[in-house]
Design a protein. Structure first.
Length: 566
């Protein structure tokens, strides 16, 4: 039987610089040796984790023994590691990288080699930002689908490896190989072992993620009169595979995704959707204290049409009305008026505001979305007890010591946000733009990568509002940051799953349940107190994060067995 392959967790214990090819083998889940290959050939290999941003200005690697990568996975997950090539003496030409099938000897299941994907890690040159960083220069970020590539003598080139395990994949140890074959050199081989856990995370995300897709930026970047429906669905599918809802906070006119694409998106996990943006200032003489009567009439017609459609579809996700964006106190009366209008049309449509809970708006807002540095736990917990939701957002702020999604922030910052979201019972996450490409629109008919990428995508912030790149034929290219964000969302699912098992066992009448629960409760307490201690104090150690994730998986298995046997 052939099945698709997936999620892997991998950690390497490395010493020295950001690209030190040294370190002994580390045993256990999520661990593997990082060991370059000794040979008379003119290139060396190394392996790094998804949380390593491999800086090109690095020392020459030292030879070690053969590489063997050991990874673990649950169903419905994606995970990644990096193969790093160093052309030590001469150019490497027309390099091919292929995977063999992964085979489980215990039950004979074969996972197709085509489900392992390879991407060349591209580099963008950062500029001096308004926040403090340790390094300004070439950062790894764009992920470019790999067929063949060249590496010049003296260069270091990472290759991003993505593995997917679908739900229903039988548990067991799967083994295979990855072959690296330059046209002008002999091939090298990396042995790959995949241990599939006996559980899966949900196909549809438990966390609602709204990272705005700017369709106008796609249209303007590629100079299209309109976006072909096939291309738009390619973007929708790409985002939903990353557990991101393909909607937009700043709608002008029709909802996004478009109603004709709704079934397509709903079948792929759409769980939140903005159906209206409350913004009238451009057509109201700049008066931000009220909405015009014309705007209210048009909004009412649009809402009724969209809500009737969603009810016909019997969709179980969250439809919401958003805005105005980051309101000030002078706008509160206008917010109340519009939210009251929404509720008069459809009481079940949720109202969302990028604002920390404030007494003046109690009773009008269903979903409060404070920026993480405005998050007040006591006030937010009170609103959650009232049945309201708390989501979070980041944008061009805050800066360190808070985590964020900037190109030049450590990868662990992008991932830890979702551990912190679990800790604080946050049910959704906003990001104002996935593809803010305006600073990189074509010049003289030339586009990236023919011309350098401008990393100052919003003010003097590197990569702000830009998590994906425009591929040459219109398709979206992912990034190191975007893949690490998905890993964080999957971590959230692990934590959610363990927490639900703890609750189920605690509510049972099983004897000795308190002693059976003790290891899991200690683990969750240690994660809250160490790995994700606070929004400004969280682990910077990737090994600690991977170890915590390993222990979560083990506890999921242990509690699952206990509940199954009783």
């Amino acid at each position: 039987m052939k099945m698709r392959i997936g999620e892997a967790i991998i950690v390497f214990s490395l010493a020295g610089s950001m690209l030190a090819f040294s370190g002994d083998a580390v045993q256990g889940m999520g661990r593997s040796a990082e060991q370059p290959v000794p040979s008379p050939r003119s290139y060396l290999l190394g392996v790094r984790t998804s949380l390593d941003k491999v800086i090109r200005e690095a020392p020459q690697p030292r030879p070690k023994s053969d590489l063997h990568v050991s990874i673990q996975a649950a169903g419905n997950e994606y995970e990644h590691f990096q193969i790093v090539l160093f052309a030590s003496e001469r150019d490497l030409e027309n390099i091919g990288i292929q995977a063999t099938p992964l085979i489980c000897d215990d039950h004979g299941t074969v996972l197709d080699e085509e489900t392992i994907s390879f991407y060349r890690v591209g580099y963008v040159e950062t500029k001096k930002p308004v926040y403090d960083v340790d390094y300004i220069g070439w950062y790894p970020d764009p992920l470019i689908p790999l067929e063949r590539m060249n590496v010049r003598a003296g260069d270091i080139q990472p290759v991003w490896v993505t593995v997917h395990v679908p739900g229903g994949t039988p548990a067991g140890l799967y083994q295979g190989r990855i072959k690296i074959h330059p046209e002008n050199e002999a091939a090298e081989t990396i042995e790959l072992s995949l241990n599939v856990w006996e559980f899966a995370i949900p196909e549809e995300s438990s966390l609602q993620l709204v990272f705005s897709l700017y369709e106008n930026c796609i249209q303007d970047y590629y100079q299209l009169d309109e976006i072909p429906s096939t291309l738009l669905r390619q973007y929708y599918s790409f985002l939903l595979a990353h557990r991101i809802n393909p909607t937009n906070l700043y709608l002008r006119g029709k909802p996004q995704p478009r109603l004709e694409d709704f079934k397509f998106c709903a079948s792929r996990g759409l769980n939140a959707m903005n159906i209206a943006y409350l913004y009238d200032w451009d057509h109201n003489d700049g008066d931000k204290s009220r909405f015009s009567e014309e705007f209210k009439r048009n909004m009412k017609v649009s809402l009724v049409e969209t809500i009737d459609f969603l009810r016909e579809q019997q969709w179980k996700g969250t439809a919401f009305v958003y805005g105005p964006d980051e309101p000030n106190r002078q706008q509160y009366n206008a917010v109340k008026e519009m939210f009251a209008l929404v509720k008069s049309i459809a009481p079940d449509i949720r109202t969302m505001l990028t604002e920390a809970p404030v007494r003046d708006l109690h009773g009008y807002v269903d979903i409060w979305v404070p920026r993480i540095d405005d998050y007040d736990e006591s006030e937010c917990r009170q609103r959650q007890e009232m049945g309201e939701e708390i989501w979070w957002y980041v944008c061009a702020a805050p800066h360190h010591p808070y985590p964020n999604f900037f190109v030049d922030y450590p990868a662990i910052d992008h991932r830890i946000l979702f551990w912190l979201a679990w800790k604080h019972d946050v049910s959704g996450f906003l990001y104002y733009s996935l593809n803010r490409w305006m600073a990189n629109y074509p010049k003289n008919q030339s586009r990236w990568p023919e011309i350098p990428w401008n990393t100052h995508t919003w003010g003097s912030h590197n990569g702000d509002g830009q998590l994906i790149y425009p591929g040459p034929e219109g398709e979206p290219y992912s990034s190191v940051r975007f893949e690490v964000i998905r890993d964080g969302v999957e971590d959230f699912e692990y934590l959610n799953l363990l927490e639900s098992l703890v609750k189920k066992l605690a509510e049972s009448d099983m004897e000795k349940r308190e002693s059976l629960l003790r290891p899991a409760n200690r683990l969750l307490a240690s994660i809250s107190g160490e790995t994700a201690r606070s929004l400004t104090r969280y682990t910077k150690d990737k090994d600690q994060l991977f170890t915590a994730r390993e222990r979560i998986a083990e506890e999921i298995l242990r509690l699952g067995r206990i509940l199954k046997e009783n």
